[in-house]
Each structure stands twice: as structure tokens, then as C-alpha cells.
Design a protein around this ligand. Structure first.
Ligand code: GLN
Length: 485
């Protein structure tokens, strides 16, 4: 068998496929072997070995005939929340264990139509609820940079699979940071599109007014290409925007000087790791040296973003997860007899502790006596956050901040206190509440070799500009001790 080197971008793969340096069957064997070799990371929960070998032969033939799609050569993993016809999807929950999807999500249809090869299902937090991938019924994912650290979450398996080269790219979902935060912890690129940019058809719902699918890749180029393929109107999702999708991957050049805001409250936030702060200040300074205007702006709602996000998402989750009742889907308790005990026992045994906590809190904030005090109020605060964020973005091209207040923390370090875990989402939930696009780019390693991410927030449907500027930043503004892979 031909020796296959580690690839970081689709264009490198496609070049070597064209030149005959490798074949697609070689390439998939390489990934299958690597997944096996690094099984301890716990990134994949299922590998579609038979499927991918067949597909590789088929697409190799298309490459020879010159009829291959734009993603030919891209071997991709799916977060276990994205439906793929005739394949299992469980959101890493016992309640959906062994559930087999009867249709494919729109994003899967679109990447398959461009000849991507889907290699398997990736570990995540149960129902995408979590920020460390420790809430999965399959156990935690380990960070490839340090096996004692979390991968981030909820798309932890997706980020680690790309970080460790177990596949070239992955699709995750981001409700309050689940693509961006693990991407930052793992030193890869993660994009959360504008709400409505990508169809949610076939994505298992967590909080429907927030959920978006986003690419996780090694390069901005691959993220741009994947996004332009999965984005766009969809007759199966009425919240998918009608707006046409620009060719993001062809527009990856930025010119002229930009106006960038950073938030004073972010740089003064409690618990901001000194090296993360230093990295952000370094980026600000570097951007100024490059001729951009970078100014501090006050965002007085920073302390409200986490509570607002959690009240709203738990409320939506409690409603979305009502369908898992032991009757319609998945797990039914063998001890159940009668309707009520079927509901109670199936749900008690099928859901893990974090999901139960959120269903209970969500039900509470929606209950008659408390609706106005919590849910109603959180909706109003969401409007304030959205308006203030849009006001800033009316004056500036982007908002710059770290993706996370700290690098990846230790496995088990935050599991005892859910509030401490929730607070770690402080920098990612603003874009989610506002519905705007945001990206995390790898910006350097800290002194212990752990990856750090910088986040850029852009204007609604401004993915094109956001991606172009991110590529520029990755090329020119990265930290001095950043190790280019
Ligand atoms: N950590 C956040 C939460 O637990 C984000 C999760 C997500 O984006 N799916 O809700």
C-alpha cells in the first residue's frame, strides 16, 4: 500500500489524488488505521468501514472520469446528532441508543452530492448539552494535545478527530459554542453560521432558536467550502434563510483597513487566563500595526449572557425532549407497565443527569407561576443583547475576543459544579443569543502546549467577510509561539 502522509487541507488531498500520488482507497485505509491507532481518544463512536471502502472506489472512478464533485477527497466525520439515512444516530444518549435514521439531514444530502466520504459518527455531549464532552453515554473524549484534558464540547469528538487527523473535516452543531469552543481547545477552525444560514432538517433538536450546523476543519479554506455547500434555503426547514449563498471559498481575500471592536468587559472578565489575555492583546496590537482600527467598546450585558442563554435553551430543550417518551422513539424501560410508568421509567433510565437537570429547570422556567419572571424576562434580555451587539456591528466590521476564558481544562475538573461549567461559555453565547456568525481560529499554544483560540463575530449573513478576514488573521496575525502544523 502507498504511504499516505498527513493532510491538512482538501486542496493538498485533491492535488495528490490528481497526480496519482495516492488513491482514495489508500486514503480511507489511512484514516481507518489511524482511527484504530488512536481509539483511546474516544472521538469516534462508530466507523462506517464498509461504506467508506465502497464509496472510495466509486469516487476514485469519478475522479478518473473527471466527474467528481467539489468535496471528492474529503473524508469527513459527523457529530452524532446529524441524521444519515440507514445509519444510527443517538446524540450520545441511552434513550436513542441503536436508533437508526430513516432519512438524511439536508447537510448530509448536500455533502454526499459533492462526493464527500462520511467515515463515521463522532462522540459529543448527550443531546449536545455540555461544554466538555463529559456528558456522553460513551464517556469523555480526550484532547490530542494532552490526554488528561477535555476536548471541549459539545462537539468534542468532531474537534479531536480533526485535530488528530482521524479525518480531514467534521460537521458539528453549535447552540452556544459547541463548534467554536472545542475547536479552540483543539487548535482547529470552527464556524457557527448566522442562525438560519444552514438547514436544521435532520438535526436532532436541542434549542431550536439557537441550533446551527457548522464545519470543523484545519483551514479556513475548507471551512468556507463546506459552509457554502451546506448553507442555503431548504424546503424542509422554514427557518432556513432564503438569502442566496455567496461562494465563500472563492472570496477569501480581504482588502483595506478594517474596524474591529473588542469588548472592555471581556478583557476584564473574572477568571480570564493571563495567557489568553496576553494572546488577545497581542492580536489587537498586531492588527493595529497592520493598519486596522481596533478599539475598545463597552458591552454592559456580559454578565447576563450566560443566565439568559441557559434559561432560554433549557426551556426550549424541555419542550424538544418531550418527544422521547419510550413510546415514539428509542429506549423503552423493560420494567415499565402502563402508560405513565413507560414515560417515567423510560425517561428516568434513558436520560443522563445533565439532560435531566435541564429538562427540569426548563420545565420550571416555563411553568405558569414563573414564566414571566424567567422565560419572559430572558427573552427581553435576549433582545437587549441582540440590539447592543448589532449596534456595535453597525459601526465595526467585527468583534474580536478569545473563544474561551481558559485553555482546555482537566477531565473531571468542572464536573462537580454545573454553574462553573456553564460560566466557561461566557464568550461564545453572545453570538448565539444575537444569531450572528462567529468563528474560532487557532491562535497559538500556551506555555504548556495547549491550543488557544481567537474568536471573531461578524454581521448577520456576513460569513463571507468573516471567513476572509479569519484567513488573513491566521496567515498574518497569529501569535509568535504559534506552531504551524
Ligand atoms: N456548552 C453549551 C451548553 O451546554 C453549548 C452547547 C452547544 O452549543 N450545543 O449548552
Amino acid at each position: 500500500m502507498l504511504q499516505v502522509r498527513r493532510y491538512y487541507t482538501l486542496s493538498e488531498v485533491q492535488e495528490d489524488l490528481q497526480a496519482g500520488v495516492i488513491t482514495l482507497p489508500n486514503l480511507v485505509e489511512h484514516y481507518l488505521q489511524r482511527i484504530d491507532e488512536y481509539a483511546e481518544l474516544n472521538a469516534f463512536i462508530e466507523v462506517f468501514a464498509g461504506d467508506v471502502r465502497e464509496k472510495a472506489i466509486e469516487i476514485q472512478q469519478k475522479i478518473r472520469n473527471g466527474t467528481a464533485g467539489r468535496l471528492a477527497g474529503m473524508v469527513i466525520g459527523l457529530k452524532d446528532i446529524i441524521a444519515y439515512k440507514d445509519h444510527k444516530v443517538s446524540v450520545c444518549s441511552r434513550i436513542l441508543e441503536n436508533y437508526c435514521s430513516i432519512y438524511s439531514s439536508t447537510v448530509v444530502e448536500r455533502i454526499l452530492a459533492e462526493d464527500a466520504i462520511i467515515i463515521g459518527r463522532l462522540n459529543c455531549d448527550e443531546f449536545a448539552m455540555g461544554g466538555s464532552n463529559e456528558n456522553s453515554c460513551y464517556g469523555p473524549v480526550k484532547n490530542f494535545a494532552d490526554y488528561t484534558k477535555v476536548a471541549g464540547g459539545s462537539s468534542g469528538g468532531s474537534a479531536v478527530a480533526v485535530q488528530a487527523g482521524l479525518c480531514l473535516a467534521a460537521l458539528g452543531t453549535d447552540t452556544g459554542g459547541s463548534v467554536r469552543q472545542p475547536a479552540a481547545f483543539c487548535g482547529v477552525v470552527g464556524v457557527k453560521p448566522t442562525y438560519g444560514r444552514v438547514s436544521r432538517h435532520g438535526i436532532i433538536a436541542y434549542a431550536s432558536s439557537f441550533d446551527q450546523v457548522g464545519p470543523i476543519t484545519n483551514s479556513v479554506e475548507d471551512a468556507a467550502l463546506l459552509l457554502e455547500i451546506i448553507a442555503g434555503p431548504d424546503e424542509y426547514d422554514s427557518t432556513a434563510a432564503q438569502q442566496l449563498v455567496p461562494s465563500y471559498s472563492a472570496l477569501l481575500h480581504t482588502s483595506g483597513s478594517k474596524k474591529i471592536a473588542y469588548l472592555t468587559e471581556v478583557l476584564n472578565a473574572d477568571g480570564l487566563d493571563p495567557e489568553v489575555q496576553e494572546l488577545t492583546e497581542h492580536a489587537i496590537q498586531k492588527l493595529r500595526e497592520e493598519g486596522h482600527t481596533v478599539e475598545p467598546v463597552s458591552f454592559p450585558y456580559l454578565e447576563y449572557v450566560v443566565p439568559t442563554y441557559y434559561i432560554l435553551t433549557m426551556a426550549e430543550a424541555s419542550s424538544n425532549l418531550a418527544r422521547y417518551d419510550g413510546v415514539h422513539y428509542g429506549y423503552r424501560s423493560p420494567g415499565a407497565h402502563g402508560l405513565e410508568s413507560t414515560y417515567k421509567q423510560s425517561r428516568s433510565e434513558g436520560f443522563g443527569p445533565e439532560v435531566k437537570r435541564r429538562i427540569m429547570l426548563g420545565t420550571f422556567v416555563l411553568s405558569a407561576g414563573y414564566y414571566d419572571a424567567y422565560y419572559g424576562k430572558a427573552q427581553k434580555v435576549r433582545q437587549l443583547i441582540r440590539r447592543k451587539t448589532e449596534e456595535i456591528l453597525a459601526e465595526y466590521d467585527f468583534i474580536l475576543m478569545p473563544t474561551t476564558p481558559t485553555p482546555a481544562f482537566g477531565i473531571g475538573e468542572k464536573t462537580d459544579d454545573p454553574v462553573v461549567m456553564y460560566l466557561a461559555d461566557i464568550f461564545t453565547v453572545q453570538a448565539s443569543l444575537a444569531g450572528i456568525p462567529a468563528i474560532s481560529i487557532p491562535a497559538g499554544n500556551n506555555s504548556k502546549g495547549l491550543p488557544l483560540g481567537l474568536q471573531l463575530l461578524g454581521k448577520r449573513f456576513g460569513e463571507g467577510e468573516l471567513l476572509a478576514f479569519s484567513k488573513y488573521m491566521l496567515d498574518t496575525v497569529k501569535s509568535d509561539h504559534y506552531i504551524q502544523q
